[in-house]
Design a protein around this ligand. Structure first.
Ligand code: PLP
Length: 367
């Protein structure tokens, strides 16, 4: 069965599952679902300390937005494109309704381009929307652990998805290694998808945006909302050769990103001084979070703490019931992210004034 026949098969045979609230859903569980969790634990929404996402707790200040921006249909913005080209160090950029839009669209597009393509490598641990999108389009998933699949395993038209740095593991792949995969994808007529949602906080940057003008077989996704603390405005960027930009632009059609989001993003991407302040603030907050976790979690239970300057992930030994920790924190209205394998908790950054509350809750955890 090639990817297009499998797609039809999957669509016809999908079954709805019921979640714990009795809602029918095909959606994955993510962080950031505070209202849902507040209802589940029956604690007023306003009482929660939400550390369930990797979104910066300080946001780019919203500039005054001219009335006409709301009134007019959004137009292709040269200024936004220039600001994005500069910020991402890339020649070709496409603003989309969050990088999630591309994650969802890409498998069908690739399937149309190469109907014989069947395999996609995805990280075993990582933002699960990639795996879901490829699987729903009929691709068979090959999971890899932290080590990327051997180059020799990659065959014609294979797709390799790399989240760099990974969320939630924080694993960072170096450019030199990724360049070898780029060349392999050219040889195999395959596709390398680099999801750099958390790359903004990595220094020195390992971003591959500068290499893509030479490689039709690589696309890079950048999330705007995390570093700039504005996930709610829904804007993200595709960086790739012109071929991909045109193709995806055509598929998505007009008015993908609303005018106010474009206006805000343009200002934020160009504001070097705010970006520097944000960088040092996030580095500081992540160190403080790391110390709070180390000092207040039972030291014999923690194996490792990894992450980036936007989140810290704590891995526990097998003696710890991590799900019970998650529930105990929720019972104290502290919402963190339990990883899909139930083995780790990911903590988003807390503001300094919230750390004491977190420390207190961590100290009270019962094994
Ligand atoms: C690794 C990763 N990639 C992409 C996304 C999608 O982000 P957005 O659509 O806001 O750009 C997320 C969201 O959490 C993510 O964690």
């Amino acid at each position: 069965m090639n990817c297009s026949t499998t797609l039809r098969y999957n669509q016809a045979h999908r079954t709805l599952c019921n979640n714990s609230l009795g809602e029918s859903t095909l959606a994955l569980i993510h962080g950031g679902q505070r209202l849902r969790i507040a209802k589940q634990f029956n604690i007023d929404e306003g009482h929660w300390l939400d550390l369930s996402t990797g979104i910066a707790p300080y946001s780019y200040p919203i500039p005054e937005i001219p009335q006409r921006i709301y009134q007019e249909l959004p137009q292709a913005q040269d200024n936004l494109n220039r600001a994005a080209q500069h910020y991402y160090n890339a020649t070709n950029v496409l603003a989309t309704h969050g990088s999630q839009t591309i994650i969802k669209l890409l498998p069908q597009l690739w399937c149309e381009l190469f109907p014989a393509s069947t395999r996609v490598y995805v990280p075993e641990q990582g933002y699960k929307e990639h795996a879901l999108a490829w699987q729903s389009a009929g691709f068979s998933l090959r999971y890899y652990q932290e080590e990327l699949p051997p180059l020799s395993d990659i065959e014609a038209h294979d797709v390799l998805v790399i989240i760099n740095p990974n969320n939630p593991t924080g694993k960072l792949y170096q450019r030199s290694q990724l360049e070898r995969y780029q060349s392999k994808m050219v040889a195999m007529n395959g596709l390398l998808v680099l999801d750099e949602a958390f790359m903004d906080v990595i220094t020195p940057s390992q971003s591959m945006t500068t290499t893509i003008s030479n490689y039709k077989h690589t696309i890079v996704l950048r999330s705007f909302g995390k570093f700039f603390g504005l996930a709610g405005i829904r804007i993200g960027f595709l960086l790739a050769q012109r071929y991909w930009i045109n193709l995806i632009h055509e598929k998505l059609g007009p008015w993908q990103v609303n005018g106010p989001a474009q206006y805000i993003a343009e200002k934020a991407l160009a504001d070097k001084s705010w970006q520097q302040t944000q960088q040092s603030r996030l580095q500081q907050l992540s160190q403080q979070l790391n110390i709070t976790l180390l000092d207040n979690l039972p030291s014999n239970g923690v194996i490792n703490i990894t992450g980036t300057a936007l989140f810290q992930t704590v891995y526990f030994n097998n003696a710890i019931d991590v799900e019970s920790y998650y529930v105990q924190l929720c019972q104290q209205a502290i919402y963190v992210r339990l990883t899909d394998d139930n083995k780790a908790l990911r903590f988003g950054l807390a503001k300094p004034e919230q750390l004491e509350r977190l420390a207190h809750a961590l100290l009270s955890l019962n094994h």
